[in-house]
Ligand binder design. Structure first.
Ligand code: AMP
Ligand code: MG
Length: 427
Protein backbone atom coordinates (compact mmCIF):
# COMPACT_ATOMS: atom_id res chain seq x y z
CA UNK A 1 0.00 0.00 0.00
CA UNK A 2 1.33 3.44 -0.91
CA UNK A 3 1.99 5.80 1.96
CA UNK A 4 0.31 9.18 1.50
CA UNK A 5 2.60 12.11 0.79
CA UNK A 6 1.39 13.75 4.00
CA UNK A 7 2.40 10.71 5.98
CA UNK A 8 5.86 10.64 4.39
CA UNK A 9 6.26 14.35 5.08
CA UNK A 10 5.52 13.75 8.76
CA UNK A 11 8.26 11.10 8.90
CA UNK A 12 11.05 12.94 7.14
CA UNK A 13 13.40 14.87 9.41
CA UNK A 14 13.76 18.54 8.50
CA UNK A 15 10.69 18.53 6.23
CA UNK A 16 9.91 22.09 5.25
CA UNK A 17 8.49 22.36 1.73
CA UNK A 18 9.58 26.00 1.50
CA UNK A 19 13.25 25.35 2.35
CA UNK A 20 13.80 21.66 2.01
CA UNK A 21 17.35 20.40 2.64
CA UNK A 22 18.63 18.17 -0.18
CA UNK A 23 19.05 15.24 2.20
CA UNK A 24 15.41 15.54 3.36
CA UNK A 25 14.17 15.67 -0.23
CA UNK A 26 16.23 12.57 -1.03
CA UNK A 27 14.88 10.75 2.03
CA UNK A 28 11.33 11.73 1.05
CA UNK A 29 11.75 10.49 -2.52
CA UNK A 30 13.33 7.24 -1.35
CA UNK A 31 10.08 6.45 0.46
CA UNK A 32 8.08 7.05 -2.71
CA UNK A 33 9.93 4.57 -4.86
CA UNK A 34 9.02 0.94 -5.30
CA UNK A 35 10.78 -1.51 -7.59
CA UNK A 36 8.90 -2.47 -10.74
CA UNK A 37 7.56 -5.98 -10.88
CA UNK A 38 8.08 -8.20 -13.87
CA UNK A 39 11.14 -10.08 -14.99
CA UNK A 40 12.52 -11.38 -18.23
CA UNK A 41 15.23 -13.89 -19.05
CA UNK A 42 18.10 -12.61 -21.15
CA UNK A 43 21.23 -14.12 -22.57
CA UNK A 44 24.31 -13.16 -20.60
CA UNK A 45 25.56 -10.44 -22.95
CA UNK A 46 22.16 -8.83 -23.32
CA UNK A 47 22.00 -8.53 -19.56
CA UNK A 48 24.84 -5.97 -19.37
CA UNK A 49 23.61 -2.97 -17.38
CA UNK A 50 20.37 -4.69 -16.40
CA UNK A 51 19.21 -5.34 -12.84
CA UNK A 52 19.43 -8.90 -11.59
CA UNK A 53 15.97 -10.03 -10.48
CA UNK A 54 17.01 -12.92 -8.23
CA UNK A 55 20.09 -14.10 -6.36
CA UNK A 56 22.26 -16.29 -8.58
CA UNK A 57 23.41 -19.32 -6.65
CA UNK A 58 26.47 -21.13 -7.94
CA UNK A 59 25.54 -24.59 -9.31
CA UNK A 60 29.20 -25.67 -9.32
CA UNK A 61 32.52 -25.09 -7.62
CA UNK A 62 34.62 -22.56 -9.52
CA UNK A 63 37.28 -23.69 -10.16
CA UNK A 64 36.07 -27.27 -10.22
CA UNK A 65 39.48 -28.69 -9.17
CA UNK A 66 42.55 -27.59 -7.28
CA UNK A 67 44.87 -26.28 -9.98
CA UNK A 68 48.22 -24.65 -10.53
CA UNK A 69 48.49 -20.86 -10.33
CA UNK A 70 51.93 -20.84 -12.02
CA UNK A 71 53.95 -22.76 -14.57
CA UNK A 72 56.42 -24.95 -12.64
CA UNK A 73 56.55 -28.18 -10.67
CA UNK A 74 53.85 -29.55 -8.42
CA UNK A 75 55.03 -31.44 -5.35
CA UNK A 76 54.21 -32.48 -1.82
CA UNK A 77 55.16 -29.78 0.65
CA UNK A 78 56.37 -32.55 2.96
CA UNK A 79 59.09 -33.45 0.46
CA UNK A 80 60.72 -30.02 0.73
CA UNK A 81 63.96 -30.11 2.70
CA UNK A 82 64.38 -27.25 5.15
CA UNK A 83 68.16 -27.40 5.49
CA UNK A 84 69.27 -27.26 1.87
CA UNK A 85 68.09 -27.63 -1.70
CA UNK A 86 65.56 -30.30 -2.61
CA UNK A 87 66.04 -32.58 -5.62
CA UNK A 88 63.05 -34.42 -7.02
CA UNK A 89 62.64 -36.63 -10.10
CA UNK A 90 59.90 -35.54 -12.51
CA UNK A 91 57.08 -37.92 -13.52
CA UNK A 92 55.23 -36.41 -16.46
CA UNK A 93 53.66 -33.12 -17.42
CA UNK A 94 50.18 -31.65 -16.88
CA UNK A 95 48.73 -29.13 -19.29
CA UNK A 96 45.61 -27.05 -18.63
CA UNK A 97 42.54 -29.12 -19.41
CA UNK A 98 44.25 -32.45 -18.73
CA UNK A 99 43.86 -34.69 -15.72
CA UNK A 100 46.46 -37.27 -14.64
CA UNK A 101 45.04 -40.69 -13.86
CA UNK A 102 48.05 -42.30 -12.09
CA UNK A 103 49.17 -40.92 -8.72
CA UNK A 104 52.49 -39.14 -8.38
CA UNK A 105 54.61 -41.24 -6.00
CA UNK A 106 56.00 -39.57 -2.84
CA UNK A 107 59.40 -37.99 -3.34
CA UNK A 108 58.56 -37.04 -6.95
CA UNK A 109 57.32 -33.93 -8.64
CA UNK A 110 55.22 -33.22 -11.69
CA UNK A 111 55.76 -30.61 -14.36
CA UNK A 112 52.60 -28.47 -14.41
CA UNK A 113 51.22 -25.53 -16.39
CA UNK A 114 48.99 -22.74 -15.08
CA UNK A 115 45.41 -23.96 -14.77
CA UNK A 116 46.28 -27.68 -14.94
CA UNK A 117 44.61 -29.90 -12.36
CA UNK A 118 46.78 -30.70 -9.33
CA UNK A 119 47.26 -34.47 -9.06
CA UNK A 120 45.97 -36.02 -5.82
CA UNK A 121 48.34 -35.59 -2.93
CA UNK A 122 50.32 -32.69 -4.40
CA UNK A 123 49.70 -29.42 -2.63
CA UNK A 124 52.39 -26.97 -3.71
CA UNK A 125 53.73 -25.52 -6.95
CA UNK A 126 57.26 -24.20 -7.23
CA UNK A 127 57.49 -21.67 -10.05
CA UNK A 128 59.72 -22.77 -12.89
CA UNK A 129 62.03 -19.73 -12.59
CA UNK A 130 63.19 -20.81 -9.11
CA UNK A 131 64.27 -24.24 -10.29
CA UNK A 132 67.23 -25.71 -12.14
CA UNK A 133 67.38 -29.00 -13.97
CA UNK A 134 70.12 -31.38 -12.81
CA UNK A 135 72.11 -33.47 -15.29
CA UNK A 136 70.33 -36.59 -13.99
CA UNK A 137 66.91 -35.10 -14.86
CA UNK A 138 65.96 -34.16 -11.29
CA UNK A 139 64.63 -30.73 -10.52
CA UNK A 140 66.56 -28.74 -7.96
CA UNK A 141 64.64 -26.34 -5.72
CA UNK A 142 66.65 -23.95 -3.50
CA UNK A 143 65.67 -23.81 0.15
CA UNK A 144 63.08 -21.22 1.13
CA UNK A 145 61.69 -20.28 -2.31
CA UNK A 146 58.31 -21.88 -1.68
CA UNK A 147 56.11 -22.70 1.29
CA UNK A 148 53.65 -25.55 1.61
CA UNK A 149 50.44 -24.70 -0.30
CA UNK A 150 51.96 -21.93 -2.41
CA UNK A 151 50.73 -21.32 -5.96
CA UNK A 152 47.82 -23.70 -5.69
CA UNK A 153 44.31 -22.48 -6.49
CA UNK A 154 41.76 -24.28 -4.41
CA UNK A 155 38.64 -25.87 -5.74
CA UNK A 156 35.70 -23.49 -5.18
CA UNK A 157 37.95 -20.60 -4.08
CA UNK A 158 36.34 -18.25 -6.63
CA UNK A 159 32.78 -19.45 -6.03
CA UNK A 160 31.70 -22.38 -3.92
CA UNK A 161 28.78 -24.60 -4.91
CA UNK A 162 25.56 -23.27 -3.33
CA UNK A 163 27.02 -19.86 -2.52
CA UNK A 164 25.23 -16.74 -3.86
CA UNK A 165 27.44 -15.59 -6.69
CA UNK A 166 25.51 -12.35 -7.31
CA UNK A 167 22.63 -10.85 -5.38
CA UNK A 168 19.28 -9.57 -6.63
CA UNK A 169 19.45 -5.84 -7.32
CA UNK A 170 22.91 -6.01 -8.82
CA UNK A 171 23.36 -3.82 -11.91
CA UNK A 172 25.34 -6.21 -14.08
CA UNK A 173 28.81 -5.09 -15.11
CA UNK A 174 31.39 -6.68 -17.39
CA UNK A 175 32.97 -8.71 -14.55
CA UNK A 176 29.54 -10.03 -13.61
CA UNK A 177 28.91 -11.27 -17.16
CA UNK A 178 32.16 -13.20 -16.95
CA UNK A 179 31.25 -14.52 -13.51
CA UNK A 180 27.88 -15.73 -14.76
CA UNK A 181 29.53 -17.42 -17.73
CA UNK A 182 32.05 -19.07 -15.37
CA UNK A 183 29.07 -20.76 -13.71
CA UNK A 184 28.01 -22.19 -17.06
CA UNK A 185 24.79 -20.16 -17.11
CA UNK A 186 23.49 -19.04 -20.50
CA UNK A 187 20.60 -16.88 -19.29
CA UNK A 188 19.87 -14.61 -16.37
CA UNK A 189 16.65 -13.28 -14.84
CA UNK A 190 16.54 -9.48 -14.90
CA UNK A 191 13.86 -6.99 -14.00
CA UNK A 192 11.98 -5.43 -16.84
CA UNK A 193 13.22 -2.05 -17.87
CA UNK A 194 11.68 0.98 -16.22
CA UNK A 195 9.60 3.13 -18.57
CA UNK A 196 10.15 6.85 -18.24
CA UNK A 197 8.15 9.44 -20.18
CA UNK A 198 9.25 13.05 -20.36
CA UNK A 199 8.28 16.34 -21.95
CA UNK A 200 9.19 19.99 -21.85
CA UNK A 201 6.68 22.70 -20.99
CA UNK A 202 6.72 26.31 -22.09
CA UNK A 203 5.28 28.42 -24.91
CA UNK A 204 8.73 29.86 -25.62
CA UNK A 205 10.22 26.49 -26.56
CA UNK A 206 10.90 25.45 -30.11
CA UNK A 207 12.08 22.03 -31.19
CA UNK A 208 15.16 21.42 -33.28
CA UNK A 209 14.13 21.74 -36.92
CA UNK A 210 11.63 24.53 -36.29
CA UNK A 211 12.40 28.19 -36.96
CA UNK A 212 13.37 30.12 -33.85
CA UNK A 213 10.65 32.74 -33.45
CA UNK A 214 11.23 36.05 -31.71
CA UNK A 215 11.64 35.57 -27.94
CA UNK A 216 11.95 31.80 -28.20
CA UNK A 217 14.66 29.28 -27.29
CA UNK A 218 15.37 25.83 -28.56
CA UNK A 219 14.34 23.07 -26.22
CA UNK A 220 17.58 21.59 -24.92
CA UNK A 221 16.21 19.85 -21.84
CA UNK A 222 14.73 17.00 -23.80
CA UNK A 223 18.18 16.24 -25.12
CA UNK A 224 20.05 16.32 -21.83
CA UNK A 225 17.24 14.34 -20.18
CA UNK A 226 17.25 11.81 -22.98
CA UNK A 227 21.00 11.38 -22.59
CA UNK A 228 20.87 11.01 -18.80
CA UNK A 229 18.02 8.52 -19.04
CA UNK A 230 19.79 6.47 -21.70
CA UNK A 231 22.79 6.18 -19.43
CA UNK A 232 20.54 4.78 -16.72
CA UNK A 233 19.32 2.06 -19.05
CA UNK A 234 15.61 2.87 -18.83
CA UNK A 235 13.11 2.80 -21.69
CA UNK A 236 12.62 6.39 -22.76
CA UNK A 237 9.40 7.88 -24.09
CA UNK A 238 9.99 11.38 -25.50
CA UNK A 239 6.70 13.27 -25.61
CA UNK A 240 8.04 16.46 -27.12
CA UNK A 241 7.22 20.03 -26.14
CA UNK A 242 3.81 20.70 -24.57
CA UNK A 243 2.35 24.18 -24.78
CA UNK A 244 1.18 26.13 -21.73
CA UNK A 245 -2.38 25.16 -22.50
CA UNK A 246 -4.57 23.38 -19.95
CA UNK A 247 -6.00 20.84 -22.35
CA UNK A 248 -2.66 20.00 -23.97
CA UNK A 249 -1.03 19.62 -20.56
CA UNK A 250 -3.88 17.51 -19.19
CA UNK A 251 -3.63 15.15 -22.14
CA UNK A 252 0.13 14.94 -21.98
CA UNK A 253 0.18 14.12 -18.27
CA UNK A 254 -2.59 11.56 -18.65
CA UNK A 255 -0.89 9.82 -21.58
CA UNK A 256 2.47 9.83 -19.80
CA UNK A 257 1.02 8.45 -16.56
CA UNK A 258 -0.80 5.72 -18.47
CA UNK A 259 2.26 4.42 -20.30
CA UNK A 260 5.17 5.04 -17.94
CA UNK A 261 6.39 4.20 -14.45
CA UNK A 262 7.83 7.67 -14.02
CA UNK A 263 7.10 11.00 -15.69
CA UNK A 264 9.64 13.80 -15.87
CA UNK A 265 8.79 17.32 -16.96
CA UNK A 266 10.89 20.43 -17.10
CA UNK A 267 9.70 23.98 -16.61
CA UNK A 268 6.61 25.55 -15.16
CA UNK A 269 7.19 24.76 -11.48
CA UNK A 270 8.71 28.07 -10.33
CA UNK A 271 7.07 30.13 -7.64
CA UNK A 272 4.83 32.73 -9.19
CA UNK A 273 4.86 30.99 -12.53
CA UNK A 274 2.00 32.24 -14.65
CA UNK A 275 1.51 29.00 -16.51
CA UNK A 276 -0.80 26.06 -16.04
CA UNK A 277 1.66 23.27 -15.41
CA UNK A 278 1.37 23.31 -11.64
CA UNK A 279 -2.40 23.53 -11.68
CA UNK A 280 -2.77 20.56 -13.99
CA UNK A 281 -0.24 18.51 -12.02
CA UNK A 282 -2.29 19.02 -8.83
CA UNK A 283 -5.49 18.22 -10.67
CA UNK A 284 -4.21 14.86 -11.88
CA UNK A 285 -2.67 13.50 -8.73
CA UNK A 286 -1.14 14.03 -5.34
CA UNK A 287 1.65 16.52 -5.98
CA UNK A 288 3.80 18.66 -3.71
CA UNK A 289 5.64 21.78 -4.80
CA UNK A 290 8.95 22.22 -3.10
CA UNK A 291 11.53 24.92 -2.78
CA UNK A 292 14.70 22.98 -2.19
CA UNK A 293 17.62 24.50 -0.29
CA UNK A 294 19.97 24.08 -3.21
CA UNK A 295 21.54 25.93 -6.06
CA UNK A 296 20.84 25.60 -8.89
CA UNK A 297 17.45 23.93 -8.96
CA UNK A 298 15.30 25.37 -6.23
CA UNK A 299 11.75 24.70 -7.42
CA UNK A 300 10.61 21.14 -7.96
CA UNK A 301 7.36 19.20 -7.96
CA UNK A 302 7.09 15.64 -6.74
CA UNK A 303 4.15 13.31 -6.49
CA UNK A 304 2.04 10.62 -8.03
CA UNK A 305 -0.23 11.09 -10.99
CA UNK A 306 -2.66 8.85 -12.83
CA UNK A 307 -5.70 6.93 -11.72
CA UNK A 308 -5.72 4.79 -8.62
CA UNK A 309 -5.12 1.61 -10.64
CA UNK A 310 -2.04 2.86 -12.39
CA UNK A 311 0.09 5.60 -10.94
CA UNK A 312 3.33 7.06 -12.13
CA UNK A 313 5.88 8.92 -10.06
CA UNK A 314 6.10 12.52 -11.17
CA UNK A 315 9.26 14.61 -11.13
CA UNK A 316 8.50 18.20 -12.12
CA UNK A 317 11.98 19.61 -12.65
CA UNK A 318 12.80 23.28 -13.02
CA UNK A 319 13.15 24.70 -16.52
CA UNK A 320 16.66 26.08 -16.48
CA UNK A 321 18.96 23.71 -18.36
CA UNK A 322 21.62 23.37 -15.66
CA UNK A 323 18.99 23.06 -12.94
CA UNK A 324 17.40 20.18 -14.85
CA UNK A 325 20.66 18.27 -14.91
CA UNK A 326 21.59 18.98 -11.31
CA UNK A 327 18.17 18.05 -9.93
CA UNK A 328 18.21 14.93 -12.07
CA UNK A 329 21.53 13.83 -10.59
CA UNK A 330 20.59 14.88 -7.06
CA UNK A 331 17.15 13.25 -6.94
CA UNK A 332 15.90 11.50 -10.04
CA UNK A 333 18.84 9.26 -10.85
CA UNK A 334 18.79 7.41 -7.56
CA UNK A 335 14.99 7.20 -7.53
CA UNK A 336 14.88 5.66 -11.00
CA UNK A 337 17.59 3.17 -10.09
CA UNK A 338 15.61 2.15 -7.00
CA UNK A 339 12.46 1.82 -9.11
CA UNK A 340 14.45 -0.34 -11.53
CA UNK A 341 15.09 -2.70 -8.61
CA UNK A 342 18.75 -1.79 -8.28
CA UNK A 343 20.59 -1.70 -5.00
CA UNK A 344 21.80 1.87 -5.05
CA UNK A 345 25.29 2.64 -3.82
CA UNK A 346 26.16 6.25 -2.98
CA UNK A 347 28.40 7.87 -5.58
CA UNK A 348 32.01 8.18 -4.47
CA UNK A 349 33.40 11.67 -4.06
CA UNK A 350 36.82 12.77 -5.14
CA UNK A 351 38.54 15.21 -2.75
CA UNK A 352 40.21 17.91 -4.77
CA UNK A 353 41.87 21.21 -3.91
CA UNK A 354 39.66 24.01 -5.16
CA UNK A 355 41.64 26.42 -7.34
CA UNK A 356 39.06 29.18 -6.85
CA UNK A 357 37.79 30.90 -3.73
CA UNK A 358 34.03 30.32 -3.59
CA UNK A 359 31.35 32.23 -1.79
CA UNK A 360 28.84 29.89 -0.20
CA UNK A 361 26.06 30.44 2.32
CA UNK A 362 25.53 27.67 4.89
CA UNK A 363 21.98 26.30 4.77
CA UNK A 364 21.84 25.11 1.18
CA UNK A 365 23.65 22.67 -1.06
CA UNK A 366 25.43 24.10 -4.07
CA UNK A 367 26.52 22.23 -7.13
CA UNK A 368 29.21 24.04 -9.07
CA UNK A 369 30.55 22.77 -12.32
CA UNK A 370 34.25 22.01 -12.25
CA UNK A 371 37.14 20.68 -14.25
CA UNK A 372 39.17 18.20 -12.29
CA UNK A 373 42.78 17.60 -13.21
CA UNK A 374 45.79 15.95 -11.67
CA UNK A 375 48.69 18.12 -10.55
CA UNK A 376 52.34 17.26 -11.07
CA UNK A 377 52.58 15.91 -7.54
CA UNK A 378 49.72 13.48 -8.22
CA UNK A 379 47.07 15.30 -6.13
CA UNK A 380 43.77 16.49 -7.61
CA UNK A 381 42.69 20.01 -8.30
CA UNK A 382 39.32 21.37 -9.40
CA UNK A 383 38.74 24.59 -11.26
CA UNK A 384 35.26 26.12 -11.55
CA UNK A 385 33.99 26.51 -15.12
CA UNK A 386 33.33 30.21 -15.61
CA UNK A 387 29.85 31.55 -15.02
CA UNK A 388 27.66 29.34 -12.89
CA UNK A 389 24.28 30.71 -13.99
CA UNK A 390 21.62 28.01 -14.03
CA UNK A 391 20.82 28.75 -17.66
CA UNK A 392 24.41 28.37 -18.84
CA UNK A 393 24.52 24.84 -20.16
CA UNK A 394 28.05 25.33 -21.45
CA UNK A 395 29.24 25.21 -17.82
CA UNK A 396 27.94 21.66 -17.65
CA UNK A 397 29.34 20.66 -20.99
CA UNK A 398 32.82 21.98 -20.16
CA UNK A 399 32.88 20.37 -16.73
CA UNK A 400 34.03 16.86 -15.95
CA UNK A 401 32.60 16.85 -12.45
CA UNK A 402 30.19 18.47 -10.02
CA UNK A 403 31.68 20.25 -7.03
CA UNK A 404 29.31 19.63 -4.13
CA UNK A 405 29.29 22.32 -1.47
CA UNK A 406 27.36 20.67 1.31
CA UNK A 407 24.42 22.08 3.26
CA UNK A 408 26.35 23.27 6.30
CA UNK A 409 29.48 24.30 4.43
CA UNK A 410 30.48 27.97 4.22
CA UNK A 411 32.91 29.91 2.03
CA UNK A 412 35.72 27.98 0.38
CA UNK A 413 39.22 29.50 0.30
CA UNK A 414 41.45 28.82 -2.70
CA UNK A 415 43.32 25.60 -1.98
CA UNK A 416 40.67 24.14 0.37
CA UNK A 417 39.69 20.55 -0.31
CA UNK A 418 36.17 20.11 -1.71
CA UNK A 419 34.05 17.10 -2.70
CA UNK A 420 33.64 16.45 -6.41
CA UNK A 421 31.46 13.86 -8.15
CA UNK A 422 33.37 12.94 -11.30
CA UNK A 423 31.26 12.45 -14.42
CA UNK A 424 33.30 9.55 -15.73
CA UNK A 425 33.98 6.23 -14.12
CA UNK A 426 35.86 3.14 -15.13
CA UNK A 427 32.96 0.87 -15.88
P1 AMP B 1 10.51 27.92 -16.09
O1 AMP B 1 10.91 27.09 -14.92
O2 AMP B 1 9.46 27.29 -16.93
O3 AMP B 1 10.18 29.29 -15.66
O4 AMP B 1 11.81 28.03 -16.99
C1 AMP B 1 12.96 28.68 -16.52
C2 AMP B 1 13.89 29.02 -17.66
O5 AMP B 1 14.32 27.85 -18.30
C3 AMP B 1 13.27 29.88 -18.74
O6 AMP B 1 14.25 30.81 -19.15
C4 AMP B 1 12.96 28.91 -19.83
O7 AMP B 1 12.95 29.50 -21.08
C5 AMP B 1 14.08 27.92 -19.69
N1 AMP B 1 13.62 26.62 -20.16
C6 AMP B 1 12.52 25.99 -19.75
N2 AMP B 1 12.39 24.83 -20.40
C7 AMP B 1 13.45 24.73 -21.24
C8 AMP B 1 13.87 23.76 -22.18
N3 AMP B 1 13.17 22.65 -22.37
N4 AMP B 1 14.99 23.97 -22.88
C9 AMP B 1 15.71 25.11 -22.68
N5 AMP B 1 15.37 26.07 -21.81
C10 AMP B 1 14.24 25.89 -21.10
MG1 MG C 1 8.02 27.95 -18.29
Amino acid sequence: MNESLQHIASCVAGYDPQALPVASAQAFIARLTQPVQGTEHLSVRQALGRVLARDLVSPIDVPAHDNAAMDGYALRGLDLADDGPTQLPVVGTGLAGQQRAEPVPPGHCYRIMTGAVMPDGLDTVVPQEFTTMEADGRVQIPVGVVRVGDNRRLRGEDLALGEPALCAGRVLRPADLGLIASLGMAEVPVRRRLRVAFFSTGDELRSVGEPLDEGCVYDSNRYTLWGMLQRLGVDVIDMGVVRDDPQALREAFATAAACADAVITSGGVSVGEADYTKRIMSELGEVLFWRIAMRPGRPMAIGRIGDSGRQALLFGLPGNPVAVMVTFYAFVREALLAMSGAIVEPLPYLRAACANALRKKPGRTEYQRGIVSQRDDGTWEVRITGSQGSGILRSMSQANGLVVLHHHQGHVAAGDLVDVIPFDGLI
